[in-house]
Write a protein that binds this ligand. Structure first.
Ligand SMILES: *[C@@H]1O[C@H](CO)[C@@H](O)[C@H](O)[C@H]1NC(C)=O
Length: 415
């Protein structure tokens, strides 16, 4: 095979608990030709035995000859350098997918800085040093956008400490000038084997209310609360398309085609004391794309899809927002009481009963809060030509998710 036709070798960092298993399944499918010559996945979890939820498909992908898994602590700089080393006799890795970052919203700023910012920044520096042809960063939707939607050129507000550090990470990467970087700013991710995030929780909780034959009630009035969504297979597909796009262009041309300045949203004092963070008065430029489906999902539409799937309704509490905010702070347990005990009952009554599942009906503070996330998706379609595989969040999507959970024994089958 001529060198120009050689399949790329790729590295995926992090995201075992979010989107990287779906990307692995795209790059090295269970049935069919792999798209890559070598896939190395690196994350902090052990896979044998599994210390995080892997789903029933991923362990089979790990068995493929093209795939290797390395458990590594990426907060250590020398570890990062060593996991970039290609196997003996092979050239540097071609593409890198950075799916790292702390998704728990209750972590301290110090942890966010070291595990979200520092890891990604070190990965970016190492990738640039080794001249990888593509470095694709997934930006989780920790923003409050305008309800009309934030274009790539707009400046949505990072949501809380988690949002500030995820956003700062983009500046830290964008500032690495010769890094062949593409940023994908995703909506709320859902899909098979995807147990994290507010959509998965919404599905689980809706099933409880369906089981109890009661309406599921939301705290936030049915006004315009966009909660744009994206299927995990489209996160994978767009990441692959983005790497192919920039590898043919290089960063400079990619900036010209799709670059936007990334504004500052952090604490100036903290940044002054950390020379690895770009100065507050700089706005590094990077190619950035919103990535959501065509559903224009809102809290109401997502709520209606999941509740009607389980044969119940989505309704709203008649409550003043300020009263509710106080309630969240003090009574998360009380808010959760009904559906958490309902879920436990479903697990016990299931045939066979389920004693262990990664799925929960517990809604944490972040899940209960109001989110406005709207990212118009025209740019990635126009510039990269990406075509969504799952343009709509609908009953078929929920069925596919629940069926796969049933099949692997994570979901209560009640008959
Ligand atoms: C990873 O390495 C850092 C720095 O040495 C250390 O503080 C941390 O505890 C390590 N994490 C794990 C899970 O071993």
């Amino acid at each position: 095979m001529a060198d120009s036709q050689k399949k790329p070798s790729v590295l995926i960092f992090g995201g075992l608990n979010t989107c990287s298993r779906a990307l692995a399944a795209l790059l090295v499918p269970l049935d069919g030709e792999p798209l890559v010559s070598l896939l190395r996945i690196v994350d902090k979890y052990s896979v044998h035995p599994a210390t995080t939820y892997l789903g029933s498909e991923f362990p089979k992908i790990l068995e493929k000859p093209e795939v290797e898994y390395k458990q590594a602590n990426l907060t250590v700089g020398t570890t990062i350098a060593s996991v970039f080393d290609p196997p003996e006799g092979q050239g540097e890795f071609d593409y890198v997918y950075d799916f790292t970052g702390e998704i728990r919203t209750d972590r301290t700023e110090v942890i966010q800085y070291s595990t979200t910012y520092c890891i990604a920044r070190m990965l970016g520096l190492e990738a640039a040093k080794r001249k990888v042809k593509a470095f694709v960063r997934i930006q989780q939707p920790f923003y409050e956008t305008s309800s009309k939607g934030s274009l790539e050129t707009d400046d949505p507000k990072p949501a809380g400490a988690v949002g500030i550090w995820w956003h700062e990470t983009l500046r830290g990467l964008a500032a690495i000038e010769d890094l062949n970087l593409v940023i994908l700013r995703v909506g709320f991710v859902y899909g098979p084997y995807t147990s994290h995030g507010i959509i998965a929780t919404g599905i689980n909780v809706a099933s409880v209310y369906g089981y109890m034959k009661k309406p599921m009630k939301s705290m936030w009035s049915p006004g315009k609360n966009p909660n744009n969504t994206i299927h995990v297979d489209d996160v994978a597909g767009a990441a692959w398309a983005s790497s192919q796009w920039i590898s043919g262009l290089g960063r400079k041309a990619a900036n010209e085609a799709a670059g936007v300045p990334i504004p500052f949203h952090n604490d100036k004092t903290f940044v002054k004391e950390h020379p690895d963070i770009p100065a507050h008065n700089t706005k590094p430029v990077a190619p950035l794309f919103n990535l959501v489906d065509d559903s224009n999902s809102t809290l109401l539409s997502v709520g209606e899809v999941v509740t009607s799937f389980f044969g119940t309704n989505f309704e709203f509490f008649n409550m003043v927002e300020s009263a509710f905010l106080k309630w969240i702070d003090h009574d998360i347990e009380e808010i959760n009481e009904q559906h958490v005990s309902g879920w436990t009952e479903m697990l016990m009554k299931a045939n066979p009963p389920i004693s262990k599942t990664p799925l929960t009906a517990y809604m944490d503070k972040y899940t209960l809060e109001k989110h406005v996330v709207a990212f118009p998706n025209n740019k990635i379609k126009q510039v990269i030509g990406y075509q969504l595989k799952h343009p709509e969040f609908n009953h078929a999507a929920v069925k596919d998710i629940v069926d796969k959970w049933k099949e692997e024994g994570s979901w209560p089958v009640i008959n």
